[in-house]
Design a protein around this ligand. Structure first.
Ligand code: FES
Ligand code: FES
Length: 80
């Protein structure tokens, strides 16, 4: 898969998540409901990434779509 994701924003999206709930992070960057998938990836090489938090609390989802840690920000946005 060589397609580049769209950079939704060059910053993470803080979200209060619930333990055990399934979240679908947008990997393509085209969703209007960032950081989550709204189905806009259809027809592209991308698919949403499931994220199930172990703990309730705030997490920082990747908004730039270039993180090497999947759904969560790893600081890569600073290099874009
Ligand atoms: Fe981006 Fe679904 S809209 S992965
Ligand atoms: Fe993508 Fe930080 S927002 S790595």
């Amino acid at each position: 898969m060589t397609d580049e994701p769209t950079i939704a924003q060059k910053a993470p999206c803080p979200v209060d998540v619930e333990a055990g709930k399934t979240y679908y992070w947008c990997a393509c960057g085209k969703s209007a409901k960032q950081p989550f998938c709204d189905g806009s990836h259809k027809g592209s090489a991308f698919a949403p990434v499931q994220f199930v938090p172990e703990q309730t609390g705030k997490v920082w989802f990747c908004g730039c779509k270039h993180s090497h840690k999947g759904a969560l920000c790893d600081g890569t946005h600073k290099t874009l």
